[in-house]
Design a protein around this ligand. Structure first.
Ligand code: ZN
Ligand code: ZN
Length: 360
């Protein structure tokens, strides 16, 4: 990412300060720190003013911060809070925005206790997340790479799946492959669940062996250069029944219908409704128990949400997942998920993996 990209992101936050009557904004949430400065360490506070920004961190990150960070860095000897409070006092800042959803009560209390009398902390939600929703060309390139790594890891692993393989072993193999292909780690805990357990939308892999006659859900994502991918594909061991085939067709049609609505200006609720309408026509409306998708980028789940009540208007540059599913107790679950990017005229499906039910 070019240095001036970080600077223009900070300008994007600074531009929101006046409207909220803020003198500064204090950022402590790691993905937001990374987005605004390039810093990838786990302990940092960014004090952002209209024309200056300082990242406070500790001596463990001295060398790393010097290499990564594109604004001023202050290395603090002990906890960061006293130094941040002192800087707020020295700069005479009165109203300082902070991230209530991201800051611990402890940190807030300790900061409050050290602030000068005339300074107030003001909770501000979504200031950075709003900017993060629209990805730059550089970010989309990173997401694309993460998606490609993920799909390659899936392809090289799935060809070796056999009945008798443990869910945990398949998950471990998928994660090993993605790391060998360049990922730092999975973007979330890989889901592998066979048979009736595939009906648990967020199943954790167990020591159970995959068996003939089972549906197997594989939901996996890579984290590469800080950016996430997310994909779900279905395997079937043996010969799928007519009921499995019909449910698979329903989910695939729902997924394609949802993708078909994705373009700038369309509300996320409409994308969700498109998937729901198809499943309803198959009598499977009740079996679709979650929302149709979510934004992703530096985090695996970030705005916008693509659900029944979400009114966000899609815009070019958003990276989202489309992942309808049906979950039937005792039978199993089917979900199909791609990572897509909203373009000026519609969307591009980044996930290259074919969407057939893989019969093994
Ligand atoms: Zn997923
Ligand atoms: Zn997802």
């Amino acid at each position: 990412m070019a240095d001036n990209e970080f600077e223009s992101r900070r300008d994007g936050v600074a531009a929101q300060l006046a409207g909220r009557k803020l003198d500064a904004f204090l950022v402590s949430f790691s993905p937001n720190l990374r987005y605004l400065t390039g810093f990838t360490g786990s302990n940092g506070n960014l004090l952002l003013l209209p024309r200056q920004a300082t990242l406070f961190t500790d001596p463990r990150y001295q060398i790393q911060a010097a290499q990564e960070v594109t604004c001023r860095v202050r290395i603090c000897k002990g906890p960061l809070v006293p130094d941040v409070a002192a800087a707020i006092g020295k700069l005479g800042l009165r109203r300082i925005g902070y991230e209530p959803a991201r800051m611990t009560c402890d940190l807030l209390d300790s900061l409050q206790a050290r602030l000068p009398m005339k300074s107030t902390l003001v909770p501000v939600n979504g200031c950075v997340e709003g900017l993060r929703m629209i990805k730059s060309a550089g970010e989309i390139a990173l997401i694309r790479r993460s998606v490609e790594t993920n799909s390659r890891a899936f392809e090289t692993t799935v060809s070796r799946v056999r009945p008798g393989m443990k869910e945990q072993d398949l998950a471990a193999e998928l994660e090993y492959r993605m790391r060998r292909l360049g990922a730092e780690k999975p973007s979330f805990e890989t889901i592998v669940a066979g048979g009736a357990r595939s009906a648990l939308p967020h199943a954790q892999p167990t020591s159970a062996s995959l068996a003939t006659g089972q549906l197997v859900v594989v939901d996996m994502g890579a984290l590469q250069d800080g950016y996430c991918s997310d994909m779900t594909r279905m395997l079937f061991l043996g010969t799928p029944s007519a009921k499995v085939k019909r449910a698979y067709r329903a989910v695939l049609e729902a997924q394609l219908a949802a993708i078909d609505t994705v373009r700038p200006g369309v509300s996320t609720a409409r994308v969700d409704a498109a998937a729901r309408k198809v499943l309803k026509s198959y009598g499977l409306a009740e079996a679709f128990v979650h929302s149709t998708g979510h934004g992703l980028g530096l985090e695996i789940h970030e705005p916008p949400r693509i659900g029944k009540r979400d009114k966000t208007k899609l815009a070019a540059g958003m990276a989202i997942t489309i992942e309808p599913g049906v979950y039937i107790e005792g039978f199993g679950g089917i979900r199909i998920e791609d990572t897509v990017v909203v373009t000026e005229t519609g969307c591009e499906i980044l996930t290259p993996t074919e969407k057939v039910l893989r019969v093994i």
